[in-house]
Design a protein around this ligand. Structure first.
Ligand code: SAM
Ligand code: SF4
Length: 331
C-alpha cells in the first residue's frame, strides 16, 4: 500500500513525539526555565499512540521515529517500543535522544525492538556542553554513543546544530570523530522555531561553512548514499573517515519536494509539516480505525508544497517560523 500526499509524495515515515518534557534546556530549543509543560492528561497515551501506528502501518507507514522533548524521560518507554515493534508492517523503529539517559535503558530498548538511534551532541568540549544544554553531563552522552555502537543500534547518527560563535570552531574536531568511529555526524542548520529571534540572528550559519572548512583542511567531501535509507540529509565521506558527514539544511536548501514524513505531536495531533501551523487531533477518531485512516489521508492531502521557512528564506527575509517549540512538536 502506498500513502501519497496531495502533491503525490510518497509517505512511509511517522515521527512520534511522546512528551514535551526534557531533562535538558538546550539554548536553541528552550528558555532556561524550560517550556510550559502540559499536564499528564493532555499527553497522548501509549494505547492511543499504538492505535495511530496500527492505522498508519495499514496505510503504508513502515518507519517510526520516537522523539520529544526527551523521549527517555517518559515512564515505561521500553513498553511503547515493544508494542510498536510488534505492529505488522513496521520495519524500522528509531529514536532521537539527547543520550543522557540512554545508557540506563539501552539493553532493554534493544531487546524491545529499537533498531537505531540519533543522539544529539553539539560540542566535544565538556564545559561548552554544559553551557549549551544548561544541565547535561557530557560524559553520559559519550558513554551512550559508545554503547549504541556496541549494541549495534546502527547507523548511529549524531545530530549537531551548527551555531556561529558557539561550535563553528569544532567542525574539524567532529570530522576527526568520524575518522575514529563509524558514526554518521549530521550537521543541522539552526532553525528559527519558537520565539528565539535574537539567538537565531546571532548564531545562524549556513552549512556550506562545513564543506568549506573540510576542503581547506584537505578533507574534500565525496557524496555517498544516505546511511539507513532516505532522509533530508546530504551524505558525504572524506579521506580517512570511518563514518559519514550529513548536512541537513532546511533553510538554505530546503528538502520539501522529497518530504516523506508525518508527525504525531505529544498532545495527539497529526501534523503534516513541522513548520506549518495546521494540525488535527486524533482523539475523536481513535475508536474507529477506518475514520482514523481517513483522517491520516486528509491531513496528508492538505500537506503544503513547501514549508513557510523555505518560502520566506527564498524572498530574502527572515521567516516567521512556527511559534511552537521543537520540543513540543518533536524535532
Ligand atoms: N531531546 C531529543 C534530542 O535532543 O535529541 C529529541 C528532541 S530534539 C527537539 C530533536 C532534535 O531537534 C535535536 O537534534 C535538536 O538538536 C534539534 N533542534 C532543536 N531545536 C532546534 C533548532 N532551533 N534548530 C535546529 N535543530 C534543533
Ligand atoms: Fe531537550 Fe532535545 Fe530540546 Fe535539548 S534539543 S532541550 S535535549 S528536547
Amino acid at each position: 500500500m502506498m500513502l501519497l500526499d496531495g502533491q503525490g509524495r510518497k509517505h512511509d515515515y511517522l515521527r512520534i513525539s511522546v512528551t514535551d518534557r526534557c531533562n535538558l534546556r538546550c539554548v536553541y530549543c528552550m528558555g532556561d526555565e524550560g517550556i510550559a509543560q502540559m499536564s499528564h492528561d493532555q499527553i497522548i497515551s501509549y494505547e492511543e499512540i499504538l492505535k495511530v501506528v496500527v492505522a498508519a502501518a495499514e496505510l503504508g507507514i513502515s518507519k517510526i521515529r520516537i522523539t520529544g522533548g526527551e523521549p527517555l524521560v517518559r515512564k515505561d518507554l521500553v513498553n511503547l517500543i515493544k508494542m510498536i515493534a510488534e505492529v505488522p508492517g513496521i520495519k524500522d523503529l528509531a529514536m532521537t535522544t539527547n543520550g543522557t539517559l540512554l545508557l540506563r535503558y539501552i539493553e532493554a530498548l534493544k531487546k524491545a525492538g529499537l533498531n537505531r538511534v540519533n543522539i544529539s551532541l553539539d560540542t566535544l568540549d565538556a564545559d561548552k556542553y554544559q553551557k549549551i544544554t544548561r544541565c547535561g553531563k557530557f560524559e553520559d552522552v559519550i558513554k551512550a554513543i559508545d554503547a549504541s555502537l556496541d549494541y549495534n543500534l546502527n547507523p548511529v547518527k549524531i545530530n549537531t546544530v551548527l551555531m556561529k560563535g558557539v561550535n563553528d570552531d569544532e567542525v574539524l574536531a567532529f570530522l576527526k570523530l568520524a575518522m575514529q568511529k563509524p558514526l554518521h555526524i549530521r550537521f543541522i542548520e539552526y532553525m528559527k522555531i519558537g520565539d528565539h529571534d535574537q539567538a537565531y540572528s546571532n548564531h545562524y550559519l549556513p552549512l556550506s561553512f562545513v564543506e568549506k572548512t573540510a576542503k581547506k583542511a584537505g578533507l574534500p567531501f565525496k557524496p555517498v548514499p544516505l546511511p539507513g535509507g532516505s532522509g533530508p540529509a546530504e551524505s558525504y565521506t572524506f579521506p580517512g573517515s570511518k563514518g559519514t558527514i550529513g548536512l541537513i539544511h532546511p533553510i538554505s536548501k530546503h528538502f520539501c519536494d522529497s518530504c516523506n514524513r508525518l508527525r504525531l505531536t505529544s498532545e495527539g495531533s497529526l501534523k503534516a509539516c513541522l513548520y506549518w501551523q495546521d494540525e488535527k487531533p486524533v482523539q475523536p477518531f481513535l475508536n474507529n480505525k477506518e475514520a482514523l485512516k481517513n483522517l491520516i489521508r486528509e491531513v496528508l492531502y492538505g500537506k503544503p508544497v513547501e514549508h513557510e521557512m523555505a518560502i520566506h528564506s527564498k524572498c530574502g527575509s527572515i521567516n516567521p517560523g512556527s511559534m511552537r517549540g521543537m520540543s513540543k512538536t518533536g524535532g
